[in-house]
Design a protein around this ligand. Sequence first.
Ligand code: HEM
Length: 339
Amino acid sequence: MQTFSSMPGPQPLPPPIKDTSEKLVNDFAHPFKPLRPHDIRGPCPGLNTLASHGYLPRSGVVTPAQIITAVQEGYNLGHQFASFLCYTAFLTDGNHLTNLMTIGQNTTTHGHPTTGLNTHGHFEGDASMSRDDAYLGNNINFNETLFDAVCTSYRLSKLQQTAVGGGLLTLDAIVLNRQIRIQDSIARNPQFAFETPRFLGAIAESAFIFAMFVSGQTADNKKPLTIDAVRHFFDFHRLPHGFHRRQGPFDFPLVENLTYSIVDMAGAKPGSNNGVNNYIVNTQDLGTFCYVYQKQINFTATLYPNPTPKLRDAIKQNMLTYYQALGDPKCKQYFPFGK
Ligand code: HEM
């Protein structure tokens, strides 16, 4: 176990990867390996798969820099958005002193107590594509019935003659699936919560499967997705055979454009249920990435009402890194622990 003084504390963002071309990533250097006892996986099919192929530590206990580099290497997620996403999670789920987080449950097996992405109600949330709402059941593990809704969306979009061909998911099918998942939570989950950050998070995740689970996806996201590929990531935590990462990074503003297209196409609005079938739209919720940052900073401050000076400094530093990761000077910066 690390002693208090040897803990690394907050670290700067790692540099962007240099080569962002399309390339084979399911290669000999990164073989799939089944889970060992104590290996941790969680609600994110993207990160689970990277850990199962060794792009992330197979244990599932990771640093922010390891995540930011691995998602670029494995999927060509852009450096800026990868950093923003990673620190959004880290500021809820990370240990600021050890600089560690897990991609799933909390653990003490790997040294210090380490918290992880399973924490419900902030980043992990309702209306997921392949995991249940926490109120309704298991919100972390793959759920075959929900996956069926992905297949149904594909079939429906095909009926509407918007699909490109057999066994392929178009953007229309992804949008349909997003609508089905939101309607399902409205109908069954009296505590359905779909406000920032979950609102943009859930919709960005729908964009993610389209932009990054397609082998060799084009820079303009024109290639459709296969059900088989989605199954590989969601269920097996495994890269499809011969999988190539996309052509060129998926970064701001591409991520924003695709996410807001899905918001518009799905007619999605941030809000929450007050009892089943009683969805109340929150008109105060700005539903922007600046707002994700603002809410995250406020939320993190509430997690640490009384930090030690060392912890306070570490959180302050990570909050500065988070603003740097957001990378938009038009967003107001917040300093709950002072400048
Ligand atoms: C960069 C760091 C990342 C973090 C911290 C992260 C974290 C998470 C978390 C906490 C969830 C659970 C949300 C829920 O309740 O559904 C999630 C879901 C998801 N993530 Fe990630 N993720 C990251 C990167 C990625 C990447 C690179 C991909 C794709 C290549 C990806 C694909 C997905 C998908 C598709 C879901 C939705 C699963 C579902 O709805 O069933 N993520 N992620």
